[in-house]
Design a protein around this ligand. Structure first.
Ligand code: PRT
Ligand code: MG
Length: 226
C-alpha cells in the first residue's frame, strides 16, 4: 500500500502560537506534543487527517514565509506585517483574525504632538525591522528616509537619539507609553494569515482545501463566541 501523503504546516513560535492552538484544536489538527514547551522543531500531528499525515514545523515567525514559499511547508501561519514586508510568492487564503495589531509610525510624544514631522533637510532617520514598508511610506511623501534596521526593541531608538521615528507594530500601546512615545500614523491593520505554497495548492488540493475549510469554521466559531 502507498504511504499516506504528508501535509506540512509551519507554525510561528512566539506570541501568535498560543492563539493558533485553539483554532487547530477546533479543526482536529492538534500536534501530538506540547509545542509551547518542546525543544523539537518538527512535531507530528494527526496520522490520518483528510487522507494525510500532518506534521508541524515550529519556527521563528519571520521564517514561516520562507519555508512556505520554497515548498518546505505546504501551509503556514504568518503575521500580515511580515507578508507585506517580504512579499513572498504564496497564497493567502484565510484571515485567522488572531495576532491583531497595527503597523505604525511612532515618535517622541512632544515631537508628534507639536506636529513636528522630524524631517531635517529633507531627511528623516527611522528605526524599524520593516525596511521596505518604511522606505515606501516615506518615498510616497517625497521624504528621504534613512532606514536604520533593528531586530527588536525599536522603542529605544528615539530615546537615545538613534532615530527620529520608529515603524513598528503596536498592540495595546503600553510599550510606547512606557517609553514616552505616541503613534503618529497607522500604515496597516495587521492580523495573522493562513498562507499556502502555490504548488501544494494544486498537488495537494483536497487536503489544503480541507484545512482552509476547517480553519475558516474555527475562526467563525471563535468570532461568534466573542
Ligand atoms: O520577537 P522575536 O524576534 O523572537 O520574533 P518575532 O518578532 O518575529 O515574533 P513575535 O512572536 O514577536 O511576533 C510575531 C507576530 O505577532 C508579528 O509578526 C505580528 O504579526 C504579531 N503581533 C501582534 C505582534 C504584536 N502583536 C506585538 N505587540 N508582534 C510584536 N509585538 C511587539 C511590538 O514589536 C512591540 O515591541 O510588542 C510590542 C508592543 O506591544 P504593546 O502591546 O505594548 O503595544
Ligand atoms: Mg517580536
Amino acid at each position: 500500500m502507498l504511504d499516506k501523503p504528508v501535509l506540512t504546516i509551519a507554525l510561528s513560535k512566539g506570541r501568535i502560537l498560543e492563539q493558533t492552538l485553539p483554532l487547530l484544536e477546533f479543526a482536529g489538527l492538534m500536534p501530538v506534543e506540547d509545542v509551547q514547551t518542546t525543544r523539537k522543531l518538527m512535531v507530528d500531528g494527526p496520522d490520518d487527517w483528510a487522507g494525510s499525515k500532518i506534521r508541524f514545523l515550529i519556527i521563528r515567525a519571520a521564517d514561516v514565509c520562507t519555508y512556505v514559499e520554497k515548498g518546505a511547508a505546504d501551509l503556514g501561519i504568518s503575521g500580515r506585517d511580515l507578508l507585506l514586508e517580504s512579499k513572498p510568492h504564496v497564497y493567502e487564503p484565510l484571515d485567522l483574525k488572531i495576532g491583531k495589531c497595527r503597523l505604525c509610525v511612532c515618535g517622541p510624544k512632544a515631537s508628534v504632538e507639536a506636529g513636528d514631522s522630524a524631517v531635517k533637510s529633507g531627511r528623516i532617520r527611522v528605526a524599524t525591522k520593516y525596511d521596505h514598508l518604511t522606505a515606501q511610506h516615506y518615498l510616497k511623501q517625497g521624504i528621504h528616509a534613512d532606514v536604520i534596521h533593528l531586530y527588536g526593541s525599536m522603542e529605544l531608538a528615539p530615546l537615545v537619539g538613534l532615530a527620529d521615528r520608529i515603524v513598528d507594530v503596536v498592540e495595546t500601546g503600553n510599550t510606547l507609553k512606557a517609553n514616552g512615545l505616541v503613534e503618529e500614523t497607522t500604515l496597516f491593520d495587521i492580523s495573522s494569515r493562513l498562507i499556502a505554497n502555490p504548488a501544494s495548492f494544486v498537488t495537494k488540493k483536497k487536503q489544503v482545501q480541507a484545512v482552509i475549510t476547517r480553519l475558516r469554521e474555527a475562526v467563525e466559531q471563535r468570532e461568534k463566541n466573542k
